[in-house]
Design a protein around this ligand. Structure first.
Ligand code: KIV
Ligand code: ZN
Length: 521
Protein backbone atom coordinates (compact mmCIF):
# COMPACT_ATOMS: atom_id res chain seq x y z
CA UNK A 1 0.00 0.00 0.00
CA UNK A 2 1.43 3.46 -0.88
CA UNK A 3 1.86 5.77 2.11
CA UNK A 4 -0.96 8.29 2.75
CA UNK A 5 0.00 11.79 1.51
CA UNK A 6 1.32 13.97 4.33
CA UNK A 7 -0.60 17.19 5.06
CA UNK A 8 1.37 20.40 4.60
CA UNK A 9 -0.08 23.37 6.48
CA UNK A 10 -0.17 26.66 4.61
CA UNK A 11 0.56 29.79 6.67
CA UNK A 12 -0.22 32.96 4.77
CA UNK A 13 1.59 36.15 5.76
CA UNK A 14 0.39 38.39 2.91
CA UNK A 15 -1.15 40.78 5.45
CA UNK A 16 2.02 40.96 7.57
CA UNK A 17 5.26 40.25 5.67
CA UNK A 18 3.48 40.96 2.36
CA UNK A 19 2.31 44.33 3.60
CA UNK A 20 5.95 45.12 4.43
CA UNK A 21 6.63 45.32 0.66
CA UNK A 22 7.96 48.77 -0.18
CA UNK A 23 5.11 51.11 -1.14
CA UNK A 24 2.30 48.78 -0.02
CA UNK A 25 -0.25 49.97 2.46
CA UNK A 26 -3.67 48.40 2.89
CA UNK A 27 -6.63 49.89 4.75
CA UNK A 28 -8.82 47.91 7.13
CA UNK A 29 -11.48 47.13 4.54
CA UNK A 30 -8.88 45.89 2.09
CA UNK A 31 -7.21 43.71 4.72
CA UNK A 32 -10.55 42.17 5.61
CA UNK A 33 -11.36 41.52 1.97
CA UNK A 34 -8.04 39.73 1.50
CA UNK A 35 -8.47 37.76 4.75
CA UNK A 36 -11.93 36.54 3.70
CA UNK A 37 -10.56 35.49 0.32
CA UNK A 38 -7.65 33.66 2.02
CA UNK A 39 -10.23 31.77 4.09
CA UNK A 40 -12.05 30.80 0.87
CA UNK A 41 -8.71 29.72 -0.58
CA UNK A 42 -8.40 27.36 2.39
CA UNK A 43 -5.14 28.50 4.00
CA UNK A 44 -4.59 26.99 7.46
CA UNK A 45 -3.21 30.13 9.11
CA UNK A 46 -3.58 33.84 8.36
CA UNK A 47 -0.94 36.10 9.90
CA UNK A 48 -3.03 39.26 10.05
CA UNK A 49 -0.36 41.73 11.19
CA UNK A 50 2.04 42.95 13.85
CA UNK A 51 -0.28 44.51 16.44
CA UNK A 52 2.35 46.59 18.29
CA UNK A 53 3.56 48.18 15.02
CA UNK A 54 0.72 50.72 14.73
CA UNK A 55 -2.88 51.33 15.68
CA UNK A 56 -3.89 50.42 12.12
CA UNK A 57 -2.13 47.05 12.41
CA UNK A 58 -3.71 46.40 15.79
CA UNK A 59 -7.20 47.17 14.53
CA UNK A 60 -6.73 45.07 11.42
CA UNK A 61 -5.60 42.03 13.44
CA UNK A 62 -8.51 42.49 15.82
CA UNK A 63 -11.03 42.82 12.96
CA UNK A 64 -9.69 39.76 11.13
CA UNK A 65 -9.69 37.81 14.41
CA UNK A 66 -13.30 38.80 15.06
CA UNK A 67 -14.68 38.25 11.56
CA UNK A 68 -12.77 35.60 9.71
CA UNK A 69 -13.65 32.03 10.54
CA UNK A 70 -11.90 28.84 9.52
CA UNK A 71 -8.17 29.49 9.57
CA UNK A 72 -6.08 30.06 12.68
CA UNK A 73 -5.48 33.83 13.05
CA UNK A 74 -1.93 34.76 14.05
CA UNK A 75 -0.40 38.04 15.20
CA UNK A 76 3.33 38.78 15.39
CA UNK A 77 5.18 39.91 18.54
CA UNK A 78 8.77 40.30 19.66
CA UNK A 79 9.66 38.52 22.92
CA UNK A 80 8.94 41.52 25.14
CA UNK A 81 5.89 41.87 27.35
CA UNK A 82 4.37 44.91 25.61
CA UNK A 83 4.40 43.24 22.20
CA UNK A 84 2.90 40.01 23.50
CA UNK A 85 0.22 41.74 25.58
CA UNK A 86 -0.77 43.85 22.59
CA UNK A 87 -0.85 40.83 20.28
CA UNK A 88 -3.08 38.97 22.68
CA UNK A 89 -5.36 41.99 23.07
CA UNK A 90 -5.92 41.93 19.32
CA UNK A 91 -6.19 38.16 18.95
CA UNK A 92 -8.25 37.02 21.88
CA UNK A 93 -11.58 37.37 20.06
CA UNK A 94 -10.47 34.82 17.46
CA UNK A 95 -11.95 31.33 17.55
CA UNK A 96 -8.47 29.92 16.85
CA UNK A 97 -5.81 32.47 17.91
CA UNK A 98 -2.04 32.03 17.62
CA UNK A 99 0.66 34.31 19.03
CA UNK A 100 3.78 34.32 16.86
CA UNK A 101 6.84 35.31 18.90
CA UNK A 102 10.25 36.00 17.36
CA UNK A 103 13.77 37.06 18.21
CA UNK A 104 16.96 36.97 16.14
CA UNK A 105 19.54 34.25 16.82
CA UNK A 106 22.40 34.87 14.38
CA UNK A 107 25.63 36.33 15.79
CA UNK A 108 25.46 39.20 13.35
CA UNK A 109 21.99 40.21 14.62
CA UNK A 110 22.95 39.67 18.26
CA UNK A 111 26.05 41.84 17.95
CA UNK A 112 24.83 44.72 15.79
CA UNK A 113 21.05 44.81 16.14
CA UNK A 114 20.03 43.39 19.50
CA UNK A 115 23.32 44.00 21.35
CA UNK A 116 22.52 40.94 23.45
CA UNK A 117 24.50 37.88 24.49
CA UNK A 118 23.33 34.38 23.62
CA UNK A 119 22.37 33.83 27.27
CA UNK A 120 20.21 36.97 27.18
CA UNK A 121 18.50 35.76 24.01
CA UNK A 122 17.77 32.39 25.62
CA UNK A 123 16.27 34.18 28.60
CA UNK A 124 14.12 36.35 26.31
CA UNK A 125 12.86 33.21 24.54
CA UNK A 126 12.00 31.59 27.87
CA UNK A 127 10.12 34.65 29.09
CA UNK A 128 8.43 35.51 25.79
CA UNK A 129 7.20 32.04 24.90
CA UNK A 130 6.05 31.35 28.47
CA UNK A 131 4.11 34.62 28.60
CA UNK A 132 2.49 33.97 25.21
CA UNK A 133 1.62 30.44 26.36
CA UNK A 134 -0.02 31.81 29.51
CA UNK A 135 -2.49 33.61 27.21
CA UNK A 136 -2.86 31.30 24.28
CA UNK A 137 -2.57 27.55 23.73
CA UNK A 138 -1.18 27.96 20.21
CA UNK A 139 2.23 29.67 20.18
CA UNK A 140 4.63 29.85 17.25
CA UNK A 141 8.27 30.73 17.81
CA UNK A 142 10.68 32.02 15.13
CA UNK A 143 14.45 32.44 15.53
CA UNK A 144 14.97 35.28 13.06
CA UNK A 145 17.90 34.79 10.66
CA UNK A 146 17.95 31.09 11.61
CA UNK A 147 19.75 30.06 8.41
CA UNK A 148 22.79 32.21 9.37
CA UNK A 149 22.74 31.19 13.04
CA UNK A 150 25.16 28.86 14.76
CA UNK A 151 23.52 25.41 14.58
CA UNK A 152 24.23 24.40 18.19
CA UNK A 153 22.84 27.67 19.52
CA UNK A 154 19.85 27.47 17.18
CA UNK A 155 19.01 23.97 18.45
CA UNK A 156 19.34 25.17 22.05
CA UNK A 157 16.97 28.08 21.36
CA UNK A 158 14.41 25.82 19.68
CA UNK A 159 14.53 23.31 22.54
CA UNK A 160 13.95 26.16 24.99
CA UNK A 161 10.95 27.41 23.00
CA UNK A 162 9.46 23.91 22.84
CA UNK A 163 10.04 23.34 26.54
CA UNK A 164 8.22 26.62 27.29
CA UNK A 165 5.18 25.52 25.27
CA UNK A 166 5.70 26.50 21.62
CA UNK A 167 3.42 24.45 19.37
CA UNK A 168 5.13 25.49 16.14
CA UNK A 169 8.80 26.31 15.56
CA UNK A 170 9.43 28.27 12.40
CA UNK A 171 12.82 28.41 10.68
CA UNK A 172 13.19 31.68 8.74
CA UNK A 173 15.70 32.23 5.98
CA UNK A 174 15.26 35.91 6.75
CA UNK A 175 17.69 37.30 4.20
CA UNK A 176 17.15 34.68 1.48
CA UNK A 177 20.73 33.39 1.78
CA UNK A 178 20.23 29.63 1.90
CA UNK A 179 20.42 27.21 -1.00
CA UNK A 180 17.94 24.32 -1.31
CA UNK A 181 20.44 21.57 -0.45
CA UNK A 182 21.72 23.48 2.57
CA UNK A 183 18.28 24.50 3.81
CA UNK A 184 16.97 20.95 3.48
CA UNK A 185 19.92 19.74 5.56
CA UNK A 186 19.22 22.38 8.20
CA UNK A 187 15.66 21.09 8.63
CA UNK A 188 16.95 17.52 8.76
CA UNK A 189 19.43 18.47 11.51
CA UNK A 190 16.70 20.18 13.50
CA UNK A 191 14.53 17.08 13.15
CA UNK A 192 17.40 14.90 14.40
CA UNK A 193 18.81 17.08 17.14
CA UNK A 194 16.12 19.20 18.79
CA UNK A 195 14.51 17.48 21.76
CA UNK A 196 10.73 17.55 21.55
CA UNK A 197 10.61 18.41 17.82
CA UNK A 198 8.26 15.47 17.19
CA UNK A 199 5.63 17.16 19.39
CA UNK A 200 5.55 20.40 17.38
CA UNK A 201 5.08 21.53 13.83
CA UNK A 202 8.23 22.43 11.94
CA UNK A 203 7.60 25.45 9.77
CA UNK A 204 9.78 27.38 7.31
CA UNK A 205 9.67 30.99 6.19
CA UNK A 206 11.84 31.73 3.16
CA UNK A 207 12.73 35.01 1.50
CA UNK A 208 13.45 35.29 -2.18
CA UNK A 209 16.62 37.39 -2.41
CA UNK A 210 18.32 34.77 -4.61
CA UNK A 211 15.08 33.63 -6.24
CA UNK A 212 15.20 30.40 -4.20
CA UNK A 213 12.33 30.82 -1.72
CA UNK A 214 10.01 28.23 -3.31
CA UNK A 215 12.88 25.79 -3.96
CA UNK A 216 14.08 26.15 -0.36
CA UNK A 217 10.55 25.57 0.98
CA UNK A 218 10.20 22.42 -1.14
CA UNK A 219 13.58 21.18 0.08
CA UNK A 220 12.39 21.76 3.64
CA UNK A 221 9.25 19.70 2.95
CA UNK A 222 11.40 16.85 1.65
CA UNK A 223 13.25 16.95 4.94
CA UNK A 224 10.25 16.94 7.24
CA UNK A 225 8.84 20.49 7.41
CA UNK A 226 5.09 20.42 7.99
CA UNK A 227 4.15 24.10 7.61
CA UNK A 228 5.13 26.54 4.88
CA UNK A 229 4.91 30.28 5.27
CA UNK A 230 4.57 32.57 2.30
CA UNK A 231 2.51 35.19 0.55
CA UNK A 232 0.23 35.47 -2.45
CA UNK A 233 2.21 36.51 -5.55
CA UNK A 234 5.34 36.20 -3.40
CA UNK A 235 5.12 39.81 -2.20
CA UNK A 236 7.04 40.85 0.91
CA UNK A 237 10.17 42.50 2.23
CA UNK A 238 12.74 43.24 -0.53
CA UNK A 239 12.47 40.45 -3.15
CA UNK A 240 9.55 38.96 -1.25
CA UNK A 241 8.61 35.63 0.31
CA UNK A 242 7.78 32.14 -0.92
CA UNK A 243 5.04 32.55 -3.55
CA UNK A 244 2.33 30.33 -2.11
CA UNK A 245 0.57 29.74 -5.43
CA UNK A 246 3.82 28.33 -6.84
CA UNK A 247 4.48 26.10 -3.86
CA UNK A 248 0.90 24.82 -3.75
CA UNK A 249 0.80 24.02 -7.46
CA UNK A 250 4.22 22.34 -7.27
CA UNK A 251 2.91 20.10 -4.49
CA UNK A 252 -0.25 19.39 -6.47
CA UNK A 253 1.28 18.90 -9.92
CA UNK A 254 4.13 16.75 -8.54
CA UNK A 255 2.00 15.01 -5.92
CA UNK A 256 3.37 11.58 -6.81
CA UNK A 257 6.87 12.89 -6.22
CA UNK A 258 6.26 14.74 -2.93
CA UNK A 259 3.39 12.58 -1.65
CA UNK A 260 2.01 15.61 0.19
CA UNK A 261 -1.33 17.36 0.15
CA UNK A 262 -2.68 20.74 1.26
CA UNK A 263 -6.19 21.89 2.15
CA UNK A 264 -6.05 24.58 -0.53
CA UNK A 265 -8.99 25.07 -2.90
CA UNK A 266 -6.73 25.58 -5.91
CA UNK A 267 -9.60 26.98 -8.01
CA UNK A 268 -9.45 30.11 -5.82
CA UNK A 269 -5.78 30.81 -6.61
CA UNK A 270 -6.25 33.02 -9.66
CA UNK A 271 -8.92 35.16 -7.99
CA UNK A 272 -6.81 35.56 -4.84
CA UNK A 273 -3.79 36.59 -6.87
CA UNK A 274 -5.82 39.19 -8.77
CA UNK A 275 -7.30 40.58 -5.58
CA UNK A 276 -3.93 40.92 -3.85
CA UNK A 277 -2.35 42.51 -6.90
CA UNK A 278 -5.20 44.98 -7.25
CA UNK A 279 -5.38 46.00 -3.59
CA UNK A 280 -1.63 46.23 -3.03
CA UNK A 281 -1.04 47.98 -6.37
CA UNK A 282 1.75 45.47 -7.12
CA UNK A 283 1.42 44.17 -10.68
CA UNK A 284 2.16 40.50 -11.33
CA UNK A 285 5.00 40.09 -13.83
CA UNK A 286 3.78 38.64 -17.15
CA UNK A 287 5.97 35.54 -17.02
CA UNK A 288 5.32 34.79 -13.35
CA UNK A 289 4.72 31.07 -12.77
CA UNK A 290 1.07 30.03 -12.25
CA UNK A 291 -0.61 33.46 -12.16
CA UNK A 292 1.33 35.55 -14.72
CA UNK A 293 -0.55 36.73 -17.81
CA UNK A 294 1.62 34.48 -20.02
CA UNK A 295 1.65 31.42 -17.76
CA UNK A 296 -0.86 29.56 -19.95
CA UNK A 297 -0.33 31.38 -23.25
CA UNK A 298 1.31 29.54 -26.14
CA UNK A 299 3.01 31.74 -28.70
CA UNK A 300 5.05 29.41 -30.91
CA UNK A 301 3.08 27.82 -33.76
CA UNK A 302 4.38 24.35 -32.92
CA UNK A 303 3.21 24.73 -29.32
CA UNK A 304 -0.21 26.06 -30.32
CA UNK A 305 -0.63 23.17 -32.71
CA UNK A 306 0.36 20.69 -29.99
CA UNK A 307 -2.00 22.16 -27.40
CA UNK A 308 -4.90 22.16 -29.86
CA UNK A 309 -4.28 18.47 -30.58
CA UNK A 310 -3.72 17.51 -26.95
CA UNK A 311 -3.46 20.08 -24.13
CA UNK A 312 -0.95 18.06 -22.11
CA UNK A 313 1.69 18.25 -24.86
CA UNK A 314 2.74 21.66 -23.54
CA UNK A 315 0.65 22.18 -20.39
CA UNK A 316 1.58 20.49 -17.11
CA UNK A 317 -1.36 22.09 -15.31
CA UNK A 318 -4.92 22.66 -16.38
CA UNK A 319 -5.60 26.41 -16.07
CA UNK A 320 -9.04 25.55 -14.68
CA UNK A 321 -7.25 24.09 -11.63
CA UNK A 322 -6.26 27.60 -10.54
CA UNK A 323 -9.68 28.99 -11.45
CA UNK A 324 -8.64 30.56 -14.72
CA UNK A 325 -11.71 30.44 -16.94
CA UNK A 326 -10.58 30.68 -20.52
CA UNK A 327 -13.84 30.19 -22.39
CA UNK A 328 -14.53 33.91 -22.53
CA UNK A 329 -18.23 34.50 -23.09
CA UNK A 330 -18.78 38.06 -24.24
CA UNK A 331 -21.69 40.13 -23.03
CA UNK A 332 -22.86 43.17 -24.96
CA UNK A 333 -25.25 46.10 -24.71
CA UNK A 334 -28.26 43.85 -25.27
CA UNK A 335 -27.38 41.59 -22.36
CA UNK A 336 -29.69 41.99 -19.39
CA UNK A 337 -29.30 42.08 -15.64
CA UNK A 338 -30.00 38.37 -15.38
CA UNK A 339 -27.23 37.44 -17.85
CA UNK A 340 -24.84 39.71 -15.99
CA UNK A 341 -25.68 38.17 -12.63
CA UNK A 342 -25.28 34.67 -14.06
CA UNK A 343 -21.89 35.41 -15.61
CA UNK A 344 -20.63 37.13 -12.47
CA UNK A 345 -21.67 34.11 -10.43
CA UNK A 346 -19.76 31.84 -12.82
CA UNK A 347 -16.75 34.08 -12.25
CA UNK A 348 -17.18 33.61 -8.51
CA UNK A 349 -18.65 37.02 -7.56
CA UNK A 350 -21.65 36.91 -5.27
CA UNK A 351 -23.20 40.39 -5.26
CA UNK A 352 -26.09 41.66 -3.20
CA UNK A 353 -28.91 43.55 -4.96
CA UNK A 354 -27.40 47.01 -4.41
CA UNK A 355 -24.01 45.84 -5.68
CA UNK A 356 -25.62 44.22 -8.70
CA UNK A 357 -27.43 47.51 -9.46
CA UNK A 358 -24.11 49.36 -9.45
CA UNK A 359 -22.42 46.66 -11.51
CA UNK A 360 -25.25 46.71 -14.05
CA UNK A 361 -25.23 50.50 -14.40
CA UNK A 362 -21.47 50.49 -14.97
CA UNK A 363 -21.73 47.53 -17.33
CA UNK A 364 -24.34 49.35 -19.46
CA UNK A 365 -22.23 52.48 -19.48
CA UNK A 366 -19.25 50.47 -20.74
CA UNK A 367 -21.31 48.47 -23.24
CA UNK A 368 -22.37 51.74 -24.89
CA UNK A 369 -18.73 52.43 -25.69
CA UNK A 370 -17.37 48.93 -26.23
CA UNK A 371 -18.96 46.22 -28.36
CA UNK A 372 -17.99 43.15 -26.39
CA UNK A 373 -17.53 43.04 -22.64
CA UNK A 374 -15.14 40.23 -21.64
CA UNK A 375 -14.76 38.38 -18.35
CA UNK A 376 -11.67 40.45 -17.56
CA UNK A 377 -13.71 43.65 -18.11
CA UNK A 378 -16.40 42.32 -15.76
CA UNK A 379 -13.80 41.46 -13.13
CA UNK A 380 -12.40 44.98 -13.40
CA UNK A 381 -15.87 46.54 -13.06
CA UNK A 382 -16.72 44.55 -9.95
CA UNK A 383 -13.30 44.96 -8.39
CA UNK A 384 -12.99 48.71 -9.01
CA UNK A 385 -16.47 50.06 -9.04
CA UNK A 386 -18.62 47.77 -6.96
CA UNK A 387 -16.63 46.24 -4.11
CA UNK A 388 -14.66 49.36 -3.28
CA UNK A 389 -14.92 51.87 -0.42
CA UNK A 390 -17.87 54.31 -0.42
CA UNK A 391 -17.21 57.23 -2.77
CA UNK A 392 -17.24 60.59 -0.99
CA UNK A 393 -16.26 62.55 -4.09
CA UNK A 394 -18.08 61.32 -7.19
CA UNK A 395 -16.80 62.17 -10.66
CA UNK A 396 -19.60 63.99 -12.44
CA UNK A 397 -17.87 65.16 -15.60
CA UNK A 398 -14.45 65.73 -17.06
CA UNK A 399 -13.35 67.76 -20.06
CA UNK A 400 -9.74 67.92 -21.21
CA UNK A 401 -8.28 69.99 -23.98
CA UNK A 402 -4.82 68.99 -25.10
CA UNK A 403 -2.50 68.90 -28.09
CA UNK A 404 1.12 69.52 -29.02
CA UNK A 405 0.69 73.30 -29.36
CA UNK A 406 -1.72 74.11 -26.57
CA UNK A 407 -1.45 74.22 -22.81
CA UNK A 408 -3.26 71.11 -21.56
CA UNK A 409 -6.30 72.21 -19.55
CA UNK A 410 -8.81 70.15 -17.58
CA UNK A 411 -12.22 71.05 -16.25
CA UNK A 412 -13.60 68.74 -13.66
CA UNK A 413 -16.95 68.42 -11.93
CA UNK A 414 -17.12 66.50 -8.64
CA UNK A 415 -20.09 65.91 -6.41
CA UNK A 416 -19.59 65.99 -2.65
CA UNK A 417 -22.67 65.21 -0.53
CA UNK A 418 -24.87 66.25 -3.43
CA UNK A 419 -23.12 69.59 -4.10
CA UNK A 420 -21.28 70.11 -7.36
CA UNK A 421 -17.71 71.44 -7.21
CA UNK A 422 -16.27 72.55 -10.53
CA UNK A 423 -12.66 73.53 -11.12
CA UNK A 424 -10.30 73.99 -14.03
CA UNK A 425 -6.52 73.76 -14.11
CA UNK A 426 -3.59 73.52 -16.52
CA UNK A 427 -0.76 71.01 -16.39
CA UNK A 428 2.36 69.65 -18.04
CA UNK A 429 0.16 67.14 -19.84
CA UNK A 430 -3.52 66.18 -19.85
CA UNK A 431 -3.19 63.78 -16.88
CA UNK A 432 -1.32 66.38 -14.84
CA UNK A 433 -3.99 68.96 -15.71
CA UNK A 434 -6.76 66.57 -14.59
CA UNK A 435 -4.99 65.82 -11.30
CA UNK A 436 -4.42 69.54 -10.66
CA UNK A 437 -8.11 70.26 -11.26
CA UNK A 438 -9.04 67.45 -8.84
CA UNK A 439 -6.64 68.87 -6.21
CA UNK A 440 -8.42 72.22 -6.48
CA UNK A 441 -11.88 70.69 -6.32
CA UNK A 442 -11.23 68.36 -3.37
CA UNK A 443 -9.00 70.72 -1.38
CA UNK A 444 -6.93 67.69 -0.33
CA UNK A 445 -3.33 68.15 -1.45
CA UNK A 446 -2.16 64.60 -2.09
CA UNK A 447 1.23 64.01 -3.66
CA UNK A 448 1.44 61.68 -6.66
CA UNK A 449 4.09 58.98 -6.15
CA UNK A 450 3.47 56.61 -9.05
CA UNK A 451 1.21 56.12 -12.04
CA UNK A 452 0.64 52.88 -13.94
CA UNK A 453 -1.55 52.34 -16.99
CA UNK A 454 -2.43 48.96 -18.51
CA UNK A 455 -5.08 47.53 -20.82
CA UNK A 456 -7.52 45.07 -19.25
CA UNK A 457 -7.93 43.25 -22.58
CA UNK A 458 -6.50 43.66 -26.07
CA UNK A 459 -7.99 45.65 -28.98
CA UNK A 460 -8.38 49.33 -29.78
CA UNK A 461 -11.46 49.65 -27.60
CA UNK A 462 -9.76 47.96 -24.61
CA UNK A 463 -10.60 49.15 -21.14
CA UNK A 464 -7.70 51.11 -19.64
CA UNK A 465 -6.88 50.40 -16.01
CA UNK A 466 -4.95 53.06 -14.11
CA UNK A 467 -3.31 52.53 -10.71
CA UNK A 468 -1.88 55.51 -8.84
CA UNK A 469 -0.07 55.77 -5.53
CA UNK A 470 -0.42 59.06 -3.71
CA UNK A 471 0.97 60.22 -0.39
CA UNK A 472 -0.89 62.16 2.25
CA UNK A 473 0.39 62.77 5.80
CA UNK A 474 3.30 60.36 5.20
CA UNK A 475 1.01 57.49 4.24
CA UNK A 476 0.60 55.94 0.81
CA UNK A 477 -2.87 55.40 -0.66
CA UNK A 478 -3.55 53.38 -3.78
CA UNK A 479 -6.25 54.43 -6.23
CA UNK A 480 -7.62 52.59 -9.24
CA UNK A 481 -9.88 53.56 -12.09
CA UNK A 482 -11.09 52.01 -15.32
CA UNK A 483 -12.57 53.41 -18.50
CA UNK A 484 -12.24 53.02 -22.24
CA UNK A 485 -10.94 56.61 -22.08
CA UNK A 486 -7.55 56.57 -20.35
CA UNK A 487 -7.82 60.19 -19.20
CA UNK A 488 -11.10 59.42 -17.49
CA UNK A 489 -9.55 56.23 -16.01
CA UNK A 490 -6.68 58.39 -14.70
CA UNK A 491 -9.06 60.88 -13.08
CA UNK A 492 -11.08 58.05 -11.54
CA UNK A 493 -7.94 56.42 -10.12
CA UNK A 494 -6.70 59.68 -8.60
CA UNK A 495 -10.10 60.42 -7.12
CA UNK A 496 -10.33 56.88 -5.77
CA UNK A 497 -7.05 57.46 -3.88
CA UNK A 498 -8.39 60.76 -2.48
CA UNK A 499 -11.60 58.97 -1.43
CA UNK A 500 -9.43 56.47 0.46
CA UNK A 501 -7.77 59.33 2.34
CA UNK A 502 -11.23 60.58 3.35
CA UNK A 503 -12.38 57.04 4.20
CA UNK A 504 -9.42 56.49 6.49
CA UNK A 505 -9.05 59.92 8.08
CA UNK A 506 -12.71 60.86 8.25
CA UNK A 507 -14.56 64.00 7.21
CA UNK A 508 -12.12 66.30 9.04
CA UNK A 509 -9.83 66.25 6.02
CA UNK A 510 -12.66 67.80 4.03
CA UNK A 511 -12.41 70.90 6.16
CA UNK A 512 -8.96 71.58 4.69
CA UNK A 513 -9.09 74.72 2.60
CA UNK A 514 -8.91 74.42 -1.18
CA UNK A 515 -5.38 74.05 -2.50
CA UNK A 516 -3.50 75.69 -5.29
CA UNK A 517 -3.26 73.36 -8.26
CA UNK A 518 -0.25 71.03 -7.98
CA UNK A 519 0.67 72.40 -4.54
CA UNK A 520 1.83 69.05 -3.19
CA UNK A 521 3.69 67.84 -6.27
O1 KIV B 1 11.79 36.96 7.77
C1 KIV B 1 11.66 36.76 8.99
O2 KIV B 1 12.57 36.33 9.69
C2 KIV B 1 10.36 37.06 9.57
C3 KIV B 1 10.13 36.57 10.95
C4 KIV B 1 9.45 37.59 11.79
C5 KIV B 1 9.38 35.27 10.91
O3 KIV B 1 9.51 37.62 8.91
ZN1 ZN C 1 9.95 37.44 6.72
Amino acid sequence: MPEEPRKIYIFDTTLRDGEQSPGVSLNLKEKLEIAHQLARLGVDVIEAGFPIASLGDFEAVRAVAAEVEGPVIAGLARTNERDIDRAWEALQVAKRPRIHVFIATSDIHLKYKLRMSREQVLEAVRKGVSLAKSYCEDVEFSPEDASRSDLDFLCQVLETAIACGATVVNIPDTVGYATPQEFGQLIKQIRQRVAGNERVQISVHCHNDLGLAVANSLAAIENGATQIEGTINGIGERAGNTALEELIMALYTRRYYYNCRTAIVTQEIYRTSKLVSRLTGMPVQYNKAIVGKNAFTHEAGIHQDGVLKERTTYEIMNPAMIGLIQDNIYLGKHSGRHALRQRLEQLGFKLNEAELDRAFARFKNLADRKKEISDRDLEAIVAHEVKDIPEKFVLEHIHISTGNRVVPTATIGLRLNGTLREEAACGEGPVDAAFNAIDKATGIPVCLKSYHLSAVTGGKDAVGEVTVKVEYNNKVYIGRGISTDILEASARAYLNAVNKVVYELGDEVLAAKPVEAGAAK
